[in-house]
Design a protein around this ligand. Structure first.
Ligand SMILES: NC(=O)c1ccc[n+]([C@@H]2O[C@H](COP(=O)([O-])OP(=O)(O)OC[C@H]3O[C@@H](n4cnc5c(N)ncnc54)[C@H](OP(=O)(O)O)[C@@H]3O)[C@@H](O)[C@H]2O)c1
Length: 337
């Protein structure tokens, strides 16, 4: 047993609707000694992601469901501080899935070594991590945009959406974003170079899309689902691609999710609707990260880090911010320097 104390957030309940404080338990325990092949990571930043809401449910998904009492699953970046694994040593910085805790022991198989001379650690949860990689895989690999096409993205001012619009511009497309509120919409057009933004909180979505997409929609990248998906399907062009990245408007639903009413346009316009998980390109992440890093260094890919101080204890009050839109950029929690 080491003399290091680890603090963790564990799943204590299955929420109905929005997660609350009673769904979590803060625990403390000593860090055990490492066994052969194991790595001890000191977590510096924890990624706070909408997918966490799904991971709290007892149902099959692309990852196994968490059991009550498990440390909450989370993407992390941190530093190796002890190792019995020949592939990683003390001082190495790594991105991984180490959970909402201060220290994590693993066999290292999910750890990806990151280069902090290329970009600071939080970037590996943002442009060079889940946000940039999801946009890259979903837009460039699944959606395959062509120059001159109109790309619309929902949840556009969020961490994935912001990258989608900027990547669309890099590929010579017209980029239109849907986001909540004037500050986020101005950020899209004035800071990120989107051609148009629709504030779904103050403008009717159908009217906003008709105004911003006079030539229809060639590629719709959906982070939100529900009404956004319906409104976009109404305007898709022949051979359009509809990329299902997420459906945050549905994650806290307490009644059955309804399918899109306008889906027959997929048939009429010979269009394609396809979902994806960015994990599926894991073997290509290093090459994608190198490309994203170049664009980031050239100032062509930007997304603010929305860093919450306070360590693992603030996780229960931080997760709901994603569902109220009270985040600006990539939401993460700082655990250590
Ligand atoms: N498929 C994959 O591999 C993959 C990987 C990562 C993320 N995702 C998905 O990508 C999406 C975006 O994730 P992110 O991490 O970038 O989060 P984010 O967009 O940074 O934050 C969530 C945003 O969603 C918007 N939102 C919340 N509730 C909403 C509602 N009812 N209607 C409309 N908008 C709502 C809010 O923005 P406004 O203020 O604009 O409302 C909020 O800021 C999520 O659906 C997530 O599950 C998928």
């Amino acid at each position: 047993m080491t003399n290091i104390t680890n603090r963790q957030i564990r799943l204590a309940g299955r929420p109905v609707g929005l997660p609350t404080a009673s769904d979590w338990e803060l625990t403390e325990e000593p860090v055990p000694d490492l066994r052969e092949g194991q790595v001890l990571v000191k977590v510096h930043y924890i990624s706070v992601d909408p997918a966490m809401r799904g991971w709290m449910m007892d149902r099959e998904s692309y990852v196994p469901p968490l059991k009550l009492g498990d440390v909450m699953r989370a993407l992390t970046v941190g530093e190796v501080i002890a190792s019995q694994n020949p592939n990683l040593g003390p001082g190495d910085f790594v991105a991984g899935v180490d959970g909402v805790q201060e220290y994590a022991i693993s066999d290292g198989s999910l750890l990806l070594q990151v280069d902090t001379s290329l970009a600071p650690l939080p970037a590996y949860l943002n442009t060079l991590g889940i946000a940039g990689l999801t946009a890259y895989c979903g837009l460039l690999e699944v959606g395959a945009p062509r120059a001159g096409e109109t790309v619309v993205v929902s949840g556009a001012a969020g961490s994935v959406g912001a990258h989608v619009g900027q990547l669309a511009k890099l590929k010579g497309c017209r980029a239109v974003g849907i986001a909540g509120g004037p500050r986020k919409c101005a950020f899209l057009t004035d800071e990120l170079g989107f051609d148009a933004a629709i504030d779904y909180k103050s403008e009717d979505l159908d009217a906003g899309l008709a105004r911003s997409c006079p030539d229809g929609i060639d590629l719709f990248f959906d982070n939100v689902g529900g009404e956004s998906l319906d409104a976009a399907l109404a305007l898709i062009n022949f051979h359009a691609r509809v990329v299902i990245c997420g459906a945050i408007s549905q994650y806290n639903a307490t009644t059955a999710i309804e399918g899109p009413r306008n889906y027959l346009n997929l048939l009429i316009r010979s269009a394609r609707l396809e979902g994806f998980i960015y994990f599926n390109w894991r073997d290509r992440w290093p090459a994608m990260i190198a490309e994203l890093a170049n664009w980031r260094a050239e100032g062509k890919l930007k997304c603010p880090d929305d860093i919450v101080e306070g360590g693992v204890a603030v996780f229960p009050e931080t997760l709901p911010r994603l569902f109220s839109g009270d985040n600006f950029g990539k939401l993460m929690i700082k655990v250590a320097d």
